[in-house]
Ligand binder design. Structure first.
Ligand code: SF4
Length: 207
């Protein structure tokens, strides 16, 4: 795959109760609530920080630098994007200064409802903002945490760099692919386990 042939993942509309969400001050900055894109029933959920200007404006699927880099890495890693759902810590695009902690705390309810409804098997947080928000640790960093799995609220979770950081620093691509490969392997294991006979032998997985 090259930058010229990534796919435009279909956007999932926000449910009616969230489309007019007023839980934080970003309600006054956004053009619309952006819920996520890709396969809501996919085994893998990817978490980014917040939507960009174009998502805020448009309601149709498109490919930007973040998506192209993400998909390039996924293709290299053997991770099937048809099995992936992508969403955000904040479902609204900030355009001015705002209370970050309050917004992240408010919008967490939406993320938790997505996890509850879609029941993904694995999470990968991309970039420090996503990692800090999902781990609820302001000191958490991709650099320190990448390479391992963590149990966050019962969901096996790993981390990697934000695709835009990878785009700006191509030297990160090798690590990014390594991280996505870890997700692809574990996702394949989840399929094997799901199809194994219930009384058959099971392998133990560490982090
Ligand atoms: S960022 Fe989240 S909590 Fe804040 S208004 Fe948007 S959807 Fe609601």
């Amino acid at each position: 795959m090259t930058d010229n042939d990534p796919i435009a993942l279909p956007e999932e509309a926000a449910p009616p109760y969230a489309a007019s969400c007023q839980l934080c001050e970003l309600a006054n900055q956004r053009a619309r609530v952006i819920w996520g894109e890709g396969n809501p029933e996919g085994r893998v959920i990817m978490l980014l920080d917040n939507p960009g200007a174009r998502e805020d404006r448009e309601g149709r699927a498109f490919v930007c630098g973040t998506r192209a880099t993400l998909q390039l890495g996924a293709a290299e890693a053997g991770l099937d994007m048809n099995d992936v759902y992508v969403t955000y810590v904040l479902k609204c695009r900030p355009i001015r200064k705002y209370d970050k902690e309050a917004a992240r705390n408010s919008c967490r309810a939406h993320l938790l409802s997505q996890l509850e409804l879609n029941r993904p098997k694995l999470m990968i947080c991309l970039g420090n903002v996503a990692v800090q928000a999902f781990f609820q640790d302001p000191e958490a960093e991709v650099k320190r945490l990448r390479g391992s799995w963590y149990d966050i609220g019962g969901l096996p979770t790993t981390v990697s760099y934000h695709p835009l950081a990878v785009r700006r620093r191509p030297g990160l691509m090798r690590l990014f692919v390594e991280d996505l490969k870890r997700v692809a392997v574990r996702s394949a294991e989840a399929v094997t386990e799901a199809s194994a006979p219930s009384d058959g032998p099971r392998s133990e997985k560490g982090s």
